[in-house]
Design a protein around this ligand. Structure first.
Ligand code: ARG
Length: 497
């Protein structure tokens, strides 16, 4: 290969959305095989005569995204080095040097001064190489009894665990917002729907608390994922364990894990925690998309149930009257990414033989993207729940439309006249038909019109035909009666305080 196809990349080649090669790649014979690096990789290149091709490097490198895990990588290395020193595998002085070096590196990264190097593939080798650059020989001892396979599995678990904790707090915050608004609107009626057709009146507070229940289950799924995730792969080494006298209980405890993972092959090849995280995130995202959709519907002019302020809407460049609920629409849409991430990782993991395979490097981007999308959606939904201003008179008026209290009439016929429910259902249908024919609501019929259908009906029936009477009567456990709703809202407020 002629030397003009060889392309040297500066060690500080940029990352993060920018093209990474420092200079142009020469076109011509062997263009795709062009070498970026004449030198073999410093971390593993002992048996390699020269560096990888540009394409090899492009497909292989993960530093562009896995540098997100730098904190977790440093935490893992600190725990590993401390354990190695305790076990007498490295000298105390080396451990101290490693600790100091990693501290300095953390500061460099924090300050945006760390020279990320594409040639070094990933965050693990970037930090390790920099450590050796800073502290010399001692840095080269850090990787004793460890492999990138158990290292990345540990770092990624720590990252997902941190993400779970952050998202759990955000879900709790949205629940708090919903419970507060539910307490505020515990007695305010709105139409309840099935098939998006007016069904029976419910209270707005009751409707909001339905989402609190969903989000509570989401928190359960996140907690469940965290519980099963919390075993430490570190010390599984490449796949078989190590001959060094390491103390896996020590590193596991130091990193906040409940115990070390029991099988070294499983430890380096398990990504269940990421799949469970994505599954829980996808379900939560789906819940948020349902609420987002309701906000979009409620904000539409034909519904007019709710108004969002300028803070959560945008205007149209052509239609001056428009107030678009973009944040709700985007929260509704973001769940597509999250579910996509779950399907992507399931597909990556399917059929992978034990133990580690490079395929698993494709685990991170879906998880990072899904975590960002869910976090943003939660923030937007929480913001909109606090922001929304319901039009209570309109919701109340709509709650009584569409013969929404027909079931109350049927129940009255059962309770007072002792009609079998099926018969009551039929009688009520005929009363509804009479009202529909006259173009009035049920409560606007006069008694004689009802008695023409069922002679036993008395004036008492009007007590159950109003929206307020309807919701007040739903006192069964879990029902929409305002007293129930107020009690449930208060219970959630207390639980979430
Ligand atoms: N960047 C790699 C990943 O994310 C690290 C592990 C590499 N291990 C290996 N044997 N090449 O999976």
């Amino acid at each position: 290969m002629s030397s003009d196809t060889v392309n040297n990349t500066s060690a500080s080649g940029g990352i993060g959305g920018e093209p990474i090669q420092a200079g142009p790649i020469q076109a011509g014979p062997g263009g795709a095989d062009a070498l970026r690096n004449a030198e073999a990789n410093a971390q593993w290149g002992g048996r390699f005569a020269r560096g990888p091709s540009v394409i090899m490097q492009d497909i292989n490198a993960s530093i562009g995204f896995d540098r997100k895990m730098w904190r977790q990588d440093i935490r893992g290395s600190l725990a590993h080095a401390a354990m190695l020193a305790r076990a007498g595998v490295i000298a105390p002085g080396d451990e101290a040097a490693i600790r100091g070096g990693l501290g300095a590196i953390a500061q460099e990264i924090e300050a945006g001064r760390f020279p990320f190097v594409e040639d070094l593939e990933d965050i693990h080798m970037n930090i390790e190489a920099r450590l050796t650059e800073r502290i010399g020989e001692a840095g080269k001892r850090l990787h004793t009894g460890r492999s990138r396979n158990d290292q990345v599995a540990t770092d990624f678990r720590l990252w997902v665990r941190d993400a779970l904790d952050g998202l759990d707090a955000q879900v709790a915050d949205v629940m708090r917002a919903l419970a507060d608004r539910a307490a505020e609107f515990a007695a305010d009626p709105m139409p309840g729907f099935t098939h998006l057709q007016t069904a029976q009146p419910v209270t707005f507070g009751h409707h909001l608390l339905a989402y609190v229940e969903m989000l509570h289950r989401d928190r359960g799924r996140l907690a469940d994922c965290r519980r099963r995730l919390n075993e430490c792969p570190l010390g599984a080494a490449a796949l078989a364990g190590t001959s060094f006298p390491i103390d896996r209980d020590h590193t596991a405890a130091a990193l906040g894990f409940d115990r070390p993972a029991a099988n070294s092959l499983d430890a380096v090849s398990d990504r269940d925690f990421a799949l469970e995280f994505l599954a829980a995130a996808a379900i939560c995202g789906t819940h948020l998309s349902r609420l987002a959709e309701e906000l979009v519907i409620w904000c539409s002019a034909p519904f007019g149930f709710v108004r969002l302020s300028d803070a959560f809407t945008t205007g149209s460049s052509i239609m001056p009257q428009k107030r678009n609920p973009d944040a709700a629409e985007l929260a509704r849409a973001k769940t597509g990414r999250i579910t996509g991430a779950l399907v992507a990782l399931l597909t990556v993991m399917k059929g992978l033989p034990l133990a580690y395979a490079k395929d698993m490097q494709e685990d991170k981007e879906p998880v990072f993207d899904a975590a960002d999308a869910l976090s943003l959606s939660l923030a937007a939904i929480g913001g909109m729940v606090r922001d929304m201003a319901p039009d209570l008179p309109r919701m109340r008026a709509m709650a009584g439309s569409g013969f929404a209290t027909a079931t109350d009439l049927a129940d009255w016929l059962v309770r007072v006249l002792r009609l079998p429910f099926r018969t009551a259902h039929h009688v009520t249908g005929r009363v509804v038909a009479a009202a529909e024919a006259r173009g009035v609501g049920l409560a606007d019929l006069d008694l004689r019109e009802m008695q023409a259908v069922e002679p036993g009906i008395t004036a008492d029936v009007f007590d159950v035909l109003t929206v307020d009477a309807s919701v007040a009567s739903r006192t069964s456990f879990g029902g929409t009666a305002p007293a129930n709703v107020a009690a449930q809202a208060a219970r959630w407020q207390a639980l979430l305080r």
